[in-house]
Design a protein around this ligand. Structure first.
Ligand code: UDP
Ligand code: MG
Length: 162
């Protein structure tokens, strides 16, 4: 049965997904992008980028006081990253599920970290943890004009309501 009131209440969100330098070095870019594409989310931004230290520090500012912070910043700035913006209904939480637990040893098989990584400090991918942070992080990593607001022709086959 079709429940228009339920479908209409589903929120379109944006999330910032980043393939970390280990993912790029290990040749996992295509594999990781594929997982979000196949799920049915819409890619709205994509670039290979060498992250300046200040940007890494701003992105992870909530973790400033943690003992691992300096290592985290040198990890993220150790090589190019792939920056992505993805859009979709419930994309923030769904992407976090596709990514898996922060510690790859606790991440379920089938998730990106569960399948492709072993260490927290080399966990191959980032995903925003809330819709607010999705918006904040996309604004931080992308400039005006780098995002494409397009309408995939396949949309009606993925979403009841567009
Ligand atoms: N991290 C780390 N050691 C820790 C916790 C986190 O090196 O004990 C790194 C790891 O790369 C993680 C990132 O810091 O992905 C951000 O931590 P957060 O808790 O936000 O995990 P995430 O949201 O990425 O799952
Ligand atoms: Mg986080």
């Amino acid at each position: 049965i079709f429940l228009p009131h339920l479908a209409a209440s589903l929120e379109v969100e944006e999330t910032y997904i980043m393939i970390k330098p280990d993912g790029v070095q290990r040749g996992l870019v295509g594999e990781i992008i594929s997982r979000f594409e196949k799920k049915g989310f819409k890619l709205t931004g994509l670039k290979l980028f060498e992250c300046p230290k200040e940007l890494a520090e701003e992105h992870y500012k909530d973790l400033q006081s943690k003992s691992f912070f300096p290592n985290l910043i040198s990890y993220i700035t150790s090589g190019p990253v792939v920056c992505m913006a993805w859009e979709g209904v419930g994309v923030v939480e769904s992407a976090r599920k596709l990514i898996g637990a922060t510690n790859p040893l606790n991440a379920m098989p089938g998730t990106i970290r569960g399948d492709l990584a072993v260490q927290t400090g080399r966990n191959v991918v980032h995903g925003s943890d809330s819709p607010e942070n999705g918006i904040r992080e996309i604004a931080l990593w992308f400039k005006e004009g780098e995002l494409c607001k397009w309408a995939p022709t396949i949309d009606p086959w993925l979403n009841e309501i567009n």
